[in-house]
Design a protein around this ligand. Structure first.
Ligand code: F6P
Length: 318
């Protein structure tokens, strides 16, 4: 039995812990493991390398991915998928383990439709996969955001300022919501809730009246231009308002204990699914348990926004 493993798309802290678990469990089960470097691109470029227990030593605590990653356009075309499948067949990869987010899983699904056995492990800081609770990297990104916000809060308080903090997430408000709640932000602007300028403005005004020295507004990327929002809020409230775009800092860093643990469990369980004939699966943490979900079902499961958390934040952050 030969397993191929790759990481794909945007990296996420904890990917290395998942690679390590895959390799170590596979070796334990007397399987052969081949690492494919630089995501799906590595298939086309012939970047296959045998992995053993030593090749994943000393990586559990590291951010990024030792295999490298990429966003691979060829995997969005029928010809590309067919070619990737032929290469994997020639390399005798019985099961391919893909560690990545929704785009990576779509590539895996397409591969499974032409005959490749695939098992996916969710890894993305965005946490935008609806079939599961927490993808690898999400909780680390929250800690990174909280660390940055603590510093921004110091300087905002010193100067009695408001700050718009833009976080990642693309079409998913989870990073803004969870980090916003944990940071005590006054407002979070997320794609799932219609933007209400007056509500954000009024929270700043109410805080100002109470003598509050800082005002924190979380903004999910791609929703509104952060600098335009800051200018409008400053004009409407009279409170000097600055912008911090956290950017790629959110994707790096030492994975938290929770991410390392989840990655290890997901990696181990993914290998356990590689015994049979052919799979098309997405592993995931569902209500605290590791489950295997049919990949097509996983990708068509709508992500449900946690309105309860949003309402709690709205009530307690005044
Ligand atoms: O990894 C997910 C993500 O961080 C999104 O939140 C963000 O929009 C995107 O990746 C940025 O990706 P790139 O590395 O292609 O700029």
């Amino acid at each position: 039995m030969r397993i191929g493993v790759l990481t794909s798309g945007g990296d996420a802290p904890g990917m290395n812990a998942a690679i390590r678990a895959v390799v170590r469990v596979a070796v334990y089960e007397n399987m052969e493991v081949v690492g494919i470097a630089n995501g799906y691109s590595g298939i086309f470029n012939g970047e296959f390398r045998p992995m053993d227990v030593s090749s994943v030593a000393d990586i559990i605590h590291k951010g990024g991915t030792v295999l490298g990653t990429s966003r691979c356009d060829a995997m969005t075309t029928e010809e590309g998928i067919a070619r990737a499948y032929e290469i994997l067949k020639a390399r005798k990869i019985d099961h391919l383990i893909v560690i990545g987010g929704d785009g990576s899983m779509r590539g895996a699904l397409a591969l499974s439709e032409v005959g490749q056995s695939v098992v996916c492990i969710p890894a993305t800081i965005d946490n935008d996969l609806g079939y599961q609770d927490a993808s690898i990297g999400f909780y680390t990104a929250i800690e990174t955001i909280l660390d940055a916000v603590g510093k921004i809060r110091d300087t905002s308080s010193a100067l009695r300022r408001a700050v718009v903090i833009e976080v990642m997430g693309r079409h998913c408000g989870d990073l803004a919501l969870y980090a916003g709640l944990a940071a005590g932000a006054e407002s979070v602007i997320v794609p799932e809730v219609p933007f209400d300028f007056d509500r954000v403005k009024n929270k700043i005004l109410a805080g100002k009246k109470r003598g509050k020295r800082h005002h924190i507004i979380f903004l999910t990327e791609e929703q509104l231009p952060a600098y335009g929002l800051a200018k409008d809020l400053e004009e409407a409230t009279g409170v000097e308002t600055r912008v911090t775009i956290l950017g790629y800092i959110q994707r790096g860093g030492i994975p938290t204990g929770v991410d390392r643990m989840n990655a290890s469990r997901l990696g181990a369980e993914a290998v356990a699914r590689c015994g049979g004939e052919k799979n098309s699966l997405a592993m995931g943490l569902v209500d605290g348990r590791i489950e295997a979900v049919d990949l097509e079902t996983a990708l068509s499961t709508e992500k449900v926004f946690n309105r309860e958390l949003y309402d709690i934040l709205d009530k307690i952050s005044i």
